[in-house]
Each structure stands twice: as C-alpha cells, then as structure tokens.
Design a protein around this ligand. Structure first.
Ligand code: NAP
Length: 249
C-alpha cells in the first residue's frame, strides 16, 4: 500500500517541472491525481506520463473562476479532496527600476493571488486531516539579483501558510510551504536570461549552493510527498527549504 493510497490530490502547475514530478510520485504512492496547467497540450502530455488514471484541467490560476471549476469537478468526480499542492508559478528577473506594471501584476496574479484563491476555493471540499503544500521560493528569504518582485510575491505565501495553519487547525488540515532553491526545470528557460549567458548563470548558481549543484525536480517531489503524507503528521506552518543549503550562505 502506498503512502497516499485512497487520497485525492490536486497539483497546480502539474504539467511541468516540480509539479509534474510531484504528481508522478503522488500517483506512484497510490493517490488519484488531478493536475492543472495553462497549456492544454502540455497538460494532456503530462497526464499520459503520470498514468494511474490521472486527470487534467486546463486553466489560469490567476482566474478565480478556474478554481471554482476545479473544486466543482473534484466534488462531482471524487466527492472530496485530501491534498492540495499550490505550485503554479512564474518568475522573471528584472531590476526594480525597470519593472513594468504588467510584469509586477503578472507575478502577483499567478504566484500570490492564484495561491490565495486556489486555497480559498478548495478548502470547502477538503476532508478534515488534509494537507496543503504551497510551493514558495528561497528567494522569499535570500536576496537574489533582480528578484525583488518575485521574492515579494513568494514572501506573501509564507505569511498565508502561517495564517492558514492556524485558521485550519480545528479541522486537522496541515499547511506548509516547500521552498526550492534553484532547480533544473523549464522555469529557467522563462527567466529572460539571454541564451549566451545561460551557462554562466547556471555555473554561478551551482557555486552559490553548498551542495555544489542545482536541484532536480524529483528531489523537490520527495519533499512534497513528505509534506503530503502521514510522515509529516505533526508538521504544520513550516517553510521547508529544499535548496542544497543555499539559504545558509
Ligand atoms: N525551478 C526553480 O529554480 C524554482 C525555484 C524556486 C521556486 N520555484 C517555484 O516552483 C514552482 C514550480 O516551478 P518549476 O520550476 O517547476 O517551473 P515550470 O517547469 O515552469 O512549471 C511552472 C508550472 O506553473 C504553471 N503555470 C504558470 N503560470 C500559470 C498560470 N497562470 N495558470 C496555471 N498554471 C500556470 C505552468 O503551466 P504552463 O507550463 O502550462 O504555463 C507550469 O506547469 C513555481 O511556483 C516556482 O516559482 C522554482
């Protein structure tokens, strides 16, 4: 029997990177997995990779009505939810002086508003004893060049998690943040780093990480499994850094 047998799990941004790895490990541990993502085709390809009857719902986490639809579909198909991993996120690197209103709004719409309303809409169908995992970022605690807006958008969810850990304690719902350091996913292609500088960027990142390399999405997925399962039954309100020790330096 798997660690998540009989559980219903939703992973937002489950068609790529950390979310896809988490969805795979949740399914392998017996959960019925539902992923969401913005790109329909990528969602369909991910479902095929996850297998185990995984379902996909295409939508934009910045759109509150999307979360209503996810809640409705889970309720109709499965009756309730046990695990919610609010993982979808975007990041662009820009110095504060150059940040446009559109860039600011886009990051807060996905990383902050998307997480807040996703949890608000899914909580009513979550079973008591459930687990909520918010994918944060090391950037919310450690200053990284050009990351001010992204860091702010992720710092807010650290505060949400602490508030929700208390608001939901009477239902035994645990709420924790999983904070990755640099991880080798498609997000690196979306940072806006010129192609010719990509090698230098990755080298600088690896040198700044005590374990000497970037993380792999599977390493974050294993930590997500810990937070989703009974292995963390006495853990709520924490920020679990999975960053190769980068926060320490
Ligand atoms: N990789 C890192 O170094 C790193 C470090 C710290 C924190 N994180 C955080 O980890 C999480 C996962 O990132 P990743 O590295 O796995 O990156 P990724 O491979 O780019 O995955 C991001 C996921 O979020 C989805 N997404 C983005 N905007 C969305 C929207 N508006 N509506 C619905 N889905 C949306 C993407 O869907 P589409 O592909 O369809 O757009 C994709 O599935 C993010 O919250 C990110 O901020 C990553």
């Amino acid at each position: 029997m798997g660690a998540l047998s009989g559980k219903i799990a939703v992973v937002t941004g489950g068609n790529s990177g950390i979310g896809l790895s988490a969805a795979k490990i949740f399914a392998a541990e017996g959960a019925q997995v539902v992923i969401t993502g913005r790109r329909r085709q990528a969602v369909e390809e991910a479902i095929a990779q996850i297998g185990a009857g995984a379902l996909g719902i295409q939508g934009n986490v910045a759109d509150v009505a999307h979360h209503d639809e996810v809640a409705q579909q889970i309720l109709q198909r499965f009756g309730a939810l046990d695990i919610y991993m609010a993982n979808a996120g975007i990041n662009t690197i820009t110095h504060s002086a150059d940040v446009s209103e559109a860039e600011y709004d886009a990051q807060f719409a996905v990383n902050t508003r998307g997480v807040f309303f996703g949890v608000q809409k899914l909580i009513p169908i979550m079973r008591n004893g459930g687990a909520i995992i918010l994918t944060g970022s090391l950037a919310s605690e450690k200053v990284l060049d050009g990351h001010a807006v992204y860091a702010g958008s992720k710092a807010a969810i650290n505060a949400f998690a602490r508030a929700w850990a208390i608001e939901l304690k009477s239902r035994g719902i645990r709420v924790n943040v999983l904070s990755p350091g640099p991880v080798d996913t498609a997000i690196l292609d979306k940072l806006g780093i010129p192609f010719e500088q990509r090698g230098l960027f990755e080298k600088a990142m690896a040198e700044a990480i005590p374990l000497g390399r970037m993380g792999q999405p599977e390493e974050l997925a294993k930590a997500a499994l810990f937070l989703a399962s009974d292995a963390s039954s006495f853990v709520t309100g924490i920020n679990l850094r999975v960053d190769g020790g980068m926060a320490v330096l």
